[in-house]
Design a protein around this ligand. Structure first.
Ligand code: ADP
Length: 813
């Protein structure tokens, strides 16, 4: 482009000065020209438009008259600031750029009047004359109202955003603190950036103690390397691990304790770089519970496993959850290979063939129904015979928390054992019965000939018609002594074998032991006198309690001690009976003698059958059974025997008996004992003796011969005896039991059943001497039950009393 171009615009001619006023007014910016008195000289049209004034109306007026402060906005100080700026420009001749001013403009009345808010950015510049003096001030403004508005909006937005951010970060913190798990954020430098309240609780630290610390403070030293490894690996290949599959690790509490924890990790890219967020759960309690549960489960499993019976647990859904080896074996034998997980119905169906015929529909349905009913009960037990011959017992019980427990016993073995036991018991019982039978019959067989020996020996001694010479008297005495010994031996052996067989029933009652001792002493007096011994009875301690004992057996024990004390004594010796309280619960009855004593080396075998402690070959008769019997009898009464003995000085034997608890019970009245008396009878009487053994008949004849008032009639069988009884109606019948043909017991029954014989008293005289025989005989109706060999005194007294009673009742009729 050339300045000489002919295409220049058609401007006013060079000679004519340009219209600067017009030019100025047309400037696109907002300008106002003021004189030194701040009166308006000129204004660009843009200024006039922007301030909504009328140009002619403002020229020559003071600027602040035209543009005053908004009277409604008391805070505005624009006039003041502008004046200061103008004045400084006039005074200094230097331009002044003012900060943005709020200077509201007056709205023309046509537009509603009042003020309109406006912001301006003003610059005041001097206009100098040739001499450099300020003649005008050029006031240039830019309407920045829109910018100010925008900025303000932006600031408002910013404030709102900040407020929101603040609020959400607080919310976020609360949320974190409310989380049930510990949460931490770790920066890529491994330091803690954030922890929540639960973390404080788990590890015992306050937040501020943790923030900025390396993660290691929460890890036990022994795991630090491993943890770091986890973290590094995780950072290398991050993936979120949910809690359920979290790592089980250990944490370190502030107090040094190790905690079982579970950690889940996730990665977070934040403005601080890559961070790891960890969720931490304290599982110490869970671990403890798990360990306890595991222990219990293990114990349960081993207890179940060690059970001898088959054992199974079924869940609520009826499926087999657990069973022991025995159960599995049984199931295999039922045809069920793997029972675990099967329902009870499946197990039943699989093994049905063992229980019922699977083809028989009805049977099967009944079986199913029955078993199902068992399952519905709280507890059921059923014995079943399987088709293969086995017997089982199934017990099913509901468990408290649901489900069932089932046990199965194989009864087959039990049944076999029970059968064996029953057979063994039967064999033992029959052996014992056979033994009793043997003993009874042996006793019978021995007593029968003894009856003749002792009976006739006694008759020989008593024979007044043909008295024996002293020599024969002595020999008859020997016969009696030998017979007596034999009799005692038989009695003792029988007694002992009955005790050993448990056949002796004790009749325990309150017993006054002093009374018993006095009786024993009385009984032994003749025997002691014969040996030139003294018997003494120490006074019993006062208020000695009664004992609980069988009186008859207690007499037997003390008689044995007493007769030994007499037997094994020395002429002029002493036997003392004494009583004492051993302790609160026992009373001791003691027999002391000044006899020969027992050698120390023989004492150990005392109380054993047939042990005579050195007396075997000696002159003193004995069987060696008495002490054994006393010991057994004392034990049967809950007591004990004991002894002390010094060779050649004497012995002490005692029995300790339990005190009877209730003292209120009075002792039974002492039984009146009468001595055997000679037979005294009034008037004439006929006696029928039914006995098959001629020796015994002869003996009886001899015995009754002396009594003239009595006539003896005999019969050798029960049948002929009954006939005689009917014919003669005797005053008394003496009957043997063991007779050829009809027995004595049967004969008694026949006599009792017939009107003409039922009133005749019958005395049994038999060798069947056991207590049981005796009881049976008395129950059957014998007036007396006497055993062979006959004790003449006892027999005479029985005869007398029975005849007297019969006479009394017949005279009463
Ligand atoms: P026995 O029928 O022989 O007397 P016991 O069983 O009553 O049988 O006694 C066994 C043994 O104990 C006797 O043989 C005797 O040696 C010894 N014995 C028992 N009591 C006395 C006693 N008081 N003094 C000396 N020895 C005694």
């Amino acid at each position: 482009m050339s300045s000489e171009s002919t295409e220049r615009p058609d401007l006013a001619s060079d000679s004519e000065a340009p219209d600067f006023g017009l030019l100025f007014r047309s400037l696109p910016g907002c300008y106002l020209v003021l004189d030194r008195d701040l009166k308006i000289v000129a204004a660009s049209e843009a200024y006039v438009d922007a301030t909504k004034v009328d140009y002619p109306a403002i020229v020559g007026r003071h600027v602040f008259d035209v543009f005053p402060d908004n009277p409604d906005d008391l805070g505005t100080k624009t006039v003041k600031a502008s004046r200061a700026s103008f004045e400084s420009v006039i005074a200094d001749g230097r331009a002044d750029t003012m900060p943005v001013q709020k200077h509201d403009i007056r709205r023309p009345e046509a537009e509603g009047g009042g003020y309109e808010e406006r912001y301006w950015s003003p610059t005041n510049s001097p206009v100098l004359d040739a001499k450099g003096r300020v003649v005008y001030v050029l006031h240039q403004v830019e309407d920045v109202t829109d910018q100010v508005y925008l900025e303000r909006r932006a600031q408002e937005l910013m404030a709102a955003t900040q407020e929101h951010a603040l609020r959400s970060s607080r919310y976020f913190q609360q949320l974190l603190d409310a989380a049930p798990d510990g949460m931490i954020v770790v920066g890529d430098d491994g330091r803690l950036l954030l922890v929540n309240a639960q973390t404080e609780r788990i590890f015992g630290y306050a937040k501020q103690e943790l923030i900025g610390q390396p993660l290691e403070v929460l890890i036990p030293a022994r795991f630090r390397g491993r943890h770091a490894g986890h973290l590094q690996r995780f950072l290398a290949s991050p993936s979120t691990r949910p809690m359920g599959v979290g790592l089980e690790l250990f944490g370190l509490h502030k107090d040094g304790r190790e905690l079982a924890i579970e950690i889940s990790l996730s990665q977070l890219q934040s403005e601080r770089g890559m961070t790891v967020t960890a969720t931490i759960r304290d599982i110490s309690e869970r671990k403890r519970l798990e360990a306890t549960t595991r222990l219990l489960a293990d114990r349960l499993a081993s207890a179940i496993e060690s059970a001898q019976d088959a054992f199974a647990l079924f869940g609520d859904d009826g499926r087999l959850d657990m069973c022991n080896r025995r159960y599995r074996e049984l199931m295999v034998s039922f045809g069920v290979e793997e029972p675990l997980g099967l329902t009870r119905n499946e197990i039943r169906s699989a093994s049905i063939g063992l229980f019922v015929n699977p083809e028989a529909e009805g049977e099967r349905a009944r079986f199913d129904e029955q078993r199902e009913a068992d399952w519905q009960q709280q507890r059921s037990s059923r014995d079943m015979q399987l088709v293969d011959g086995r017997c089982i017992r199934i017990t099913t019980s509901r468990m408290l928390g649901g489900g069932w427990v089932q046990t199965i016993w194989e009864l087959t073995e039990d049944v076999r054992l029970a059968e064996e036991l029953r057979a063994a018991r039967a064999a033992a019982e029959s052996a014992s019965a056979a033994k009793s039978e043997f003993l009874a019959s042996m006793s019978h067989e021995l007593r029968t000939p003894l009856n003749a020996i002792l009976g006739f020996a006694q008759l020989l001694q008593r024979d007044r018609k043909e008295p024996l010479s002293p020599r024969h008297q002595a020999r008859a005495g020997e016969i009696l002594k030998g017979g007596d010994h034999l009799l005692r031996l038989i009695d003792d052996i029988l007694d002992l074998s009955r005790i050993e067989a448990g056949g002796v029933a004790m009749s325990i009652e309150p017993v006054d032991v002093s009374d018993v001792l006095a009786e024993v002493r009385r009984t032994l007096t003749p025997m002691a006198a014969a040996q030139g011994l003294r018997l003494s009875l120490d006074p019993a301690p006062r208020e000695l309690p009664m004992v609980a004992a069988d009186r008859t057996r207690l007499v037997q024990i003390l008689m044995n001690f007493g007769s030994n004390a007499v037997k094994y004594n020395r002429p002029g010796g002493l036997v003392t009976f004494a009583l004492s309280a051993v302790d609160e619960g026992h009373v001791r009855a003691l027999v002391r003698d000044t006899g020969i004593g027992i050698p120390a080396d023989k004492q150990g075998r005392l109380f054993q059958p047939f042990q005579r402690a050195g007396q075997e070959g000696g002159p003193i008769q004995g069987t060696g059974i008495g002490l054994v019997i006393t010991k057994r009898l004392a034990e049967l009464m809950g007591g004990q025997v004991g002894f002390r003995s010094t060779w050649e000085q004497g012995s002490e034997f005692w029995v300790d008996l339990p005190v009877h608890c209730s003292d209120s019970q009075a002792p039974p009245p002492p039984v009146a004992r009468r001595d055997a008396t000679a037979l005294k009878l009034d008037g004439h009487a006929q006696i029928l003796y039914i006995e098959d053994n001629p020796a015994n008949v002869a003996f009886m004849r001899d015995l009754l011969e002396t009594l003239e008032s009595l006539e003896l009639v005999t019969a050798s069988t029960a049948e002929s005896g009954i006939a005689q009884a009917r014919a003669l109606c005797p005053a008394l019948i003496i009957m043997d039991i063991n007779l050829p043909g009809m027995s004595g017991l049967e004969a008694l029954q026949v006599l009792r059943d017939a009107a003409e014989t039922k009133h005749i008293p019958v005395i049994a005289l038999t060798a069947a001497a056991s207590e049981r025989d005796k009881q049976r005989g008395l129950q059957a109706g014998f007036a007396r039950y006497l055993t062979k060999p006959v004790n003449v005194d006892e027999f005479a007294s029985a005869l007398e009393s029975v005849l007297r009673d019969a006479g009394a009742s017949s005279s009463a009729e």
